[in-house]
Design a protein around this ligand. Structure first.
Ligand code: B3K
Ligand code: ZN
Length: 875
């Protein structure tokens, strides 16, 4: 996170060069002090090949104290921008570098910093260079030995990667611990933690019979919130053995929860560091969604031990090699241990909402980017979520068995190395004997493809012809687009709901068809009635689908499709069509109107006794306003909001007495953590929203009662969300009660901050500013900032996009502060200001003025510079 005043340099994927030097071992001696931490780094360095190149080490915000080569002071170096350059070195040597840093002043939360009373690190992507001068790139694999010393009473636990090999007391009330990591690793996986914690201990026995010690470190007093994370870890370890045949490799696995963290968690070898949000939970403090997040993130970081740590990335352009694959793995885990359709639906929601918006916006990039200024800007929905969709397409094309054969080949070939995306695809291709040449374009092409399908049924020939065209609109980073290999999963239904066989050229087809060209016609034979077509089942490719479904066909699919996802998807299309039609009506000053087919379809969903409650809850959850905005070339924020509200009310009325009956049938039971119990809560809380939509005043006492009588955070928060969304009279007293009870607890208070940030009312900025003065709020804590300011910008569209520009101005003011405090958090929060393509001219002009204000900041961080620069290039 260099400042922009230091030259901004873009790096290009194709410029990759093997390192000039290699580092075999690194011995670190870290003497911790809040304002002065002293680091001695001793590395065994080896020249890589024959050359006379200098050794260029990365370093940022370091004070250099001494350099020695082979034990003698070394003078042949110079400080260059972003590091040190050492010349005239022998072919092999021992390099000793002493540096000093100030962890207490590090509010960027990158490198070594203080989180509350503890020290911790975050080195991915390029944070290690803020600890010592080093070859801070992922293809330098080194054996680490780390000696940490600190005040013993304040920091009784001193942790690092690998195994503890020595410890002891020192003079002056200090002590030390020495760690040895047997696995060579890149610097981004280095970790250190020092502090006083409560520890939850357990063990896991691997399938080959090795006992692994599991240790979970939490702030004192939080042990009662650690159990679920530990159970999730053991579940993930077992699942990875069973489904992927991958076993843990060290004798100890540690997780530390900290309050100040820029993202979710970090997979450092043997010592994961977690945002406490993804560890701490008990029924009184965490919602079902929080529990799900913990299970998922704990698993994700664990899965990185193989896909990320044992096999890492050659360079950062290959980030999706570990992230896309690991997200795919965590999605499969969640689906195997929970509901597959519900997980798929939520992953697809992320794709169609924020990922499609990113892919259409100024930061559009392929899952393997070609050019990067600030690497931290590329931990994106595209690299992670679309990256996982690309892996999923491989899985769909090859099937589980061949996919796993590909995984085995990939691991066998690349274990212990830094690999590329191409290495992964090549292993999949070879192990499955499948031609993936065109498929590879998913790695190099950005933007969301549009798949247009038109059908014609020929009764005389008993043929159904599907005309399929694909087209990827140009993106800011790439004008020309090529046809991709798109797996299209389809099913055909007869009028009675029967599945019709797919026969092409006399051959029965598998239901996943290969679309490879810009235009293709598929001819299905022996079709003796005009069928209903279920297209892109399970979202078999990350594309936008254009097919002119009639309402009757969609109603049919909601009822008859065999696949739950397809039923949900048909319901979404039906809703989307209604929203698009009605937004146009509002713009023509005509009344909003929903068709009887739509209303009846949803009414029968509610009444359907066979539907799983969790799935029913998803079917009845309306798409968010951000996702709806993606349906329009130009999105009318206010009209979309009005139509969505009217839709919820119309559905609530269409449900008739069933709504109250179902709500009553699902009445609250004693809290239990299980998927079945969470499903009932989810459905009941969706219905509570409809009850408020139908009759706000009437629902007020029901909502207040639920809030006051609930024995768990899920039901309490659901009631508060309804009170907030419909501005019910009980909103104010309930929020005040919540603050009185939880005001001291940042993680729980985040829910309160989010309610304020998303309050759909004109004076919301006053309330947000008041909340910023709450003693538990701190601009230095990314969780607090995201909960209050981030939720306003991302999830309060009408207020954020207020026509007077007040929302834009407020966010910009906060970004100016965050630019100094924490550029990574600033850069994540700027998203709603740079994705303005779908807005009207007036709002665009207001946003441009704010971006210009930011661009002119002295000391603008490169993180923000990169995004603003691109945003201003949009038309
Ligand atoms: N690998 C980390 C993310 C690091 C982000 C650096 N800005 C967490 C994860 O994806 O598992
Ligand atoms: Zn990850």
């Amino acid at each position: 996170m260099a400042q922009h005043s230091e030259a901004v340099t873009a790096k290009y994927r194709l410029d990759y060069q093997a390192p000039h030097y290699l580092i075999d071992t690194l011995d670190l001696d870290i003497q911790l002090g809040e304002e002065q931490t002293h680091i001695t780094a001793i590395s065994r360095v080896r020249r890589n090949g024959e050359h006379n190149e200098p050794l260029r080490l990365d370093g940022e915000a370091l004070i250099l104290r001494a350099i020695a080569v082979d034990g003698r002071p070394f003078a042949d170096y110079r400080e260059v921008s972003g590091g040190l350059e050492l010349s005239n070195l022998p072919a092999e040597f021992v390099l000793t570098i002493e540096t000093e840093i100030n962890p207490a002043a590090n509010t960027a939360l990158e490198g070594l910093y203080k989180s509350g009373d503890a020290f911790c690190t975050q080195c991915e992507a390029e944070g290690f260079r803020r600890i010592t001068y080093y070859l801070d790139r992922p293809d330098i694999l080194t054996r680490y030995s780390t000696r940490i010393s600190a005040d013993k009473s304040k920091y009784p636990y001193l942790l690092s990667n690998g195994n503890k090999v020595a410890s002891g007391d020192l003079d002056g009330g200090r002590h030390f611990v020495q760690w040895q990591d047997p696995f060579p690793k890149p610097s981004y996986l280095f970790a250190l933690v020092a502090g006083d914690f409560d520890v939850l201990r357990d063990t896991f026995t691997t399938r080959s019979g090795r006992a692994v010690a599991l240790e979970l470190f939490v702030d004192k007093g939080n042990l009662d919130r650690a159990g679920f994370a530990m159970e999730s870890l053991k579940k993930a370890m077992k699942w990875d053995e069973e489904r992927f045949g991958l076993e843990y490799d060290l004798d100890i696995y540690m997780i530390v929860a900290v309050d100040f963290f820029n993202m979710g968690a970090m997979e450092n070898k043997g010592l994961n560091i977690f945002n406490s949000k993804f560890v701490l939970a008990n029924p009184a403090t965490a919602t079902d969604l929080d529990y799900h997040g913990i299970e998922r993130v704990i698993a994700h970081e664990y899965f990185h031990n193989w896909t990320g740590n044992r096999i890492t990335c050659r360079d950062w352009f290959q980030l999706s090699l570990k992230e896309g694959l690991t997200v795919f793995r965590d999605q499969e885990f969640s689906s195997d241990v929970g509901s597959r359709p519900v997980n798929r639906i939520n992953n697809v929601r992320t794709m169609r909402g924020p990922q499609f918006a990113e892919d259409a916006g100024p930061m559009a990039h392929p899952i393997r980017p070609d050019v990067v200024i600030e690497m931290n800007n590329f931990y994106t929905l595209t690299v992670y979520e679309k990256g996982a969709e690309v892996i999923r397409m491989l899985h769909t094309l090859l099937g589980e068995e061949k996919f796993q054969a590909g995984m085995r080949l990939y691991v066998a070939r690349h274990d212990g190395t830094a690999a590329t995306c191409e290495d992964f695809v090549a292993a999949m291709e070879e192990a499955s004997a499948t031609d993936l040449s065109r498929f590879r374009r998913w790695y190099s092409q950005s933007g969301t493809p549009e798949l247009t399908v038109r059908s014609d049924y020929d009764a005389a020939r008993q043929e159904l012809r599907l005309h399929v065209t694909q087209h990827t609109p140009p993106t800011l980073d790439q004008a020309e687009k090529l046809p991709l290999h798109i797996p299209l999963d389809i099913e055909l239904y007869g009028a009675d709901g029967r599945v019709l066989p797919l026969i092409i050229d006399g051959q029965t087809q598998h239901q996943v068809l290969d679309i490879l060209e810009n235009e293709q016609t598929l001819v299905f034979e022996q079709i003796n009635e005009p069928p209903v077509i279920s297209l892109l089942r399970d979202f078999s490719a990350p594309v936008r689908l254009d097919y002119p479904y009639s309402e009757a066909e969609l109603a049919f699919l909601i009822r008859h499709a065999r696949n739950d996802f397809a039923r949900w998807d048909a319901a979404q299309i039906l809703l989307n069509q209604a929203v698009v039609t009605n937004v146009a009506r509002v713009q023509r000053n005509e009344g909003i109107h929903f068709s009887p087919t739509l209303l009846a379809s949803f009414a029968s969903v509610l009444d359907d006794e066979r539907l799983e409650p969790a799935f029913k809850a998803e079917l009845l959850t309306l798409p968010g306003e951000g996702t709806l905005a993606e349906l329009f070339e130009q999105a009318d924020i206010d009209a979309i909001h009005a139509v969505r509200q009217a839709l919820q009310q119309a559905l609530a009325e269409a449900f008739g007495p069933s709504l109250t009956n179902w709500h009553a049938r699902l009445k609250a039971e004693r809290f239990e953590i299980s998927h079945a119990a969470a499903a009932r809560r989810a459905l009941r809380n969706v219905l509570l929203g409809y009850l408020a939509a139908r009759d706000g005043v009437g629902a007020d006492s029901l909502v207040a009662a639920q809030a006051r009588e609930s024995d768990n955070m899920t039901d309490l928060l659901a009631a508060l969300q309804v009170a907030n969304a419909f501005l019910l009279p009980c909103r104010e007293p309930l929020l005040a009660e919540f603050e009185r009870k939880w005001g001291h607890d940042g993680l729980v208070l985040d829910n309160w901050l989010r309610l304020i940030g998303t309050k759909p009312a004109d004076k919301v900025l006053d309330e947000i500013k008041a909340a910023m003065a709450h003693p538990t709020f701190s601009i230095r804590n990314p969780n607090r900032v995201r909960a209050l300011i981030g939720s306003f910008a991302a999830s309060n569209p009408v207020q954020f996009h207020a026509k007077d520009g007040s929302g834009y101005r407020f966010l910009t003011d906060q970004l100016i502060v965050l630019n100094e405090v924490n550029p990574q958090t600033a850069s994540r929060m700027i998203t709603p200001l740079i994705q303005f393509k779908r807005l009207d001219a007036g709002r665009k002009a207001l946003i441009r003025a704010e971006l210009a204000r930011l661009a002119a900041l002295p000391g603008l961080a490169v993180d923000l510079f990169e995004k603003i620069d691109k945003a201003l290039q949009q038309s």
